[in-house]
Design a protein around this ligand. Sequence first.
Ligand SMILES: O=C(O)CCC(=O)C(=O)O
Ligand SMILES: [Fe+2]
Length: 236
Amino acid sequence: MWLNGEQVNESAIVAYRKSLKHACPEHIVIDGLFNPSKLDAVVKALQQPCAWQTQKHTYSALYVDNTQWQEADNEQRFVHRDVWQRNAISTKTTVNNNLHSNIAQAFLSFLRGDEFMSVLSRIFKVSLTDMNVAEPEINTNYFRLGPNDFVAEHADDSPGREVCMLLYLNKDWHRNAGGELVFVGKNDEPIQIAPLHNRCVLFNPSSEGSEHWVRSLTSEYASQFRYNVTSWYWSE
Ligand SMILES: O=C(O)CCC(=O)C(=O)O
Ligand SMILES: [Fe+2]
C-alpha cells in the first residue's frame, strides 16, 4: 500500500478540489500522502551514490553536454542537478543494493499506475492517461540538488500536460537550509513551499502564476542533498 488511505478518501478529495480552485496558481500541498515506512525505504535506496548522473539544461537546448554548458551565459543556464539512473544499480552494485533500488523503481511505477493516476484525475477533474505518451517512464523520476545545483525560473506547461506532481523526500530538513519551491503567484506575492519529507505539491502547469524555481541551498547545510520526485501527467 503506497497511499495513505485517509488522504485519498472522498471527503479529502472534495477538500483538495475546493482549495485548488481558490489557489493561484492552481495548486495544493498534501503532507503525508504516502505510506511513511515505504517512503523511508525509498529514501535509503536513493543514498547510493552510483545511481546519479548530472543533468544540465539551458533554456534554448535541454540536455546539454559540458562544452555547451561552458559556452552558455549564466542567464541561459536553467537546470543543474542530478537525475536518478533507473538501471545503473543492477550492473554496478551488490544484491542488497539491488533490493533497495527495486523499491525505488516500484514507487516510480506506482506513480504512473492506474490507481495513482485516477486519484489525480479525481482531484483535477480531468482524465489522465499514458495512452499517447511515448515514454511514460521519462515523465517520472527522482532528482537531487546539492549546494552548487539549481533549478531556475521556468514554466512546465505543454499542450496536454494537465498535472505536475512534486514530492519531497527530505527528512529533518532544516528551516534555514533553503531549497524552497517558489511559485511566482500573483500580485508580486510569491508562494514558498519547504521541501519537507512526504510533502506532495500538485499543480496545474498552465494556471496563472505557476512559473516556479527552487531557492538555492544555504552553504551551512552544504553536506545535505535535497531529494524530490518530479512527475508529469497528460490527458488524451
Ligand atoms: O525540485 C523542485 O522543487 C522543482 C523541480 C521542477 O520544477 C521540475 O522538475 O520541473
Ligand atoms: Fe518545474
